[in-house]
Design a protein around this ligand. Structure first.
Ligand code: FPP
Length: 250
């Protein structure tokens, strides 16, 4: 029985976030340039978005380029920016009734790419089926430091009392404040770490790691990750008995 048949369609995670790793190693294993790995990875990103949306996922966040990725060889940075530029087509989003959102430091993105992103976000802003969030020039530490700065500015401007800063207020200043925390974070490519991705939001996310390289991560692999998610008990700090309702003694 395939994982696609095994998953419970009534308990699909609302938000899946993905660290798309392994493009370079996939290319090497196939005797191809790294650029070809990224190109295949981009095609895979769109097919997985389509599969996830068809399964009922409401938010899909893709880690496309981290703050640290700016340190890669300029040639590779250019390849990745060009892929973003040539792949953010309104048509894909309009056909799927999905909305494009971005998180990350857009100021560092080349102007031509930034304009493409802004146009695509504007055109798709009323689409309602799902939100596709691309993390570009993003890192959690950047996002958290920025939130602290915004709060400090509000204090300086006299519109915020430091005593009123709580988790909710802090989260409201995060770049990703528009989306719910991810239920499931998937990392392909065999590494077992978060690499500065959604570290505030991942507090209670289920983490799923697979050795499969991103260009090979197909619908069946996605369903396998969802199946793993569905077979875990999310306790959010409570006891198992509390979560299952077996604890009647309080
Ligand atoms: C990690 O593989 C992947 C990246 C750094 C880039 C991922 C970006 C894309 C797939 C493009 C997405 C674009 C859009 C518009 C969604 P790696 O290069 O670190 O692989 P390696 O660890 O095997 O070298």
């Amino acid at each position: 029985m395939s994982y696609e048949d095994k998953i419970d369609r009534n308990r699909i995670p609302t938000h899946i976030a993905i660290i798309m790793d392994g493009n370079g190693r996939w290319a090497k294993e196939h005797g191809l340039e790294r650029a070809e790995g990224h190109s295949r990875g981009t095609k895979r990103a769109w097919s997985i978005v389509e599969d996830a949306v068809n399964l009922g996922v409401r938010y899909i966040t893709l880690y496309a380029f981290s703050t640290e990725n700016w340190k890669r060889p300029p040639k590779e940075v250019k390849v990745l920016m060009n892929l973003v530029l040539s792949n953010l087509e309104e048509k894909i989003f309009m056909d799927n009734n999905t909305r494009l959102r971005m998180i990350g430091d857009l100021n560092r993105i080349p102007l031509i790419v930034r304009n493409r992103i802004k146009k695509c976000m504007k055109t798709t802003e009323n689409n309602t089926r799902a939100e596709v969030v691309i993390a570009l020039s993003y890192s959690s530490r950047w996002e958290i430091a920025r939130a602290a700065r915004l709060l400090a500015e509000d204090v300086r401007n006299g519109i915020l009392n430091p005593d009123d800063i709580d988790e909710e207020k802090f989260a409201s200043k995060l770049n990703a404040s528009f989306m719910p925390d991810p239920d499931l974070i998937i990392r392909t490519g065999g590494e077992i770490r978060l690499s500065n991705f959604l570290m505030w939001q991942a507090s209670y996310s289920e983490l799923y790691f697979t050795d499969v390289y991103w260009p090979d991560f197909d619908k069946e692999e996605l369903c396998k990750a969802i199946y793993s998610f569905q077979n875990r008990e999310r306790r959010f700090g409570l006891t198992s008995a509390q979560v299952t309702g077996a604890d009647n003694q309080k």
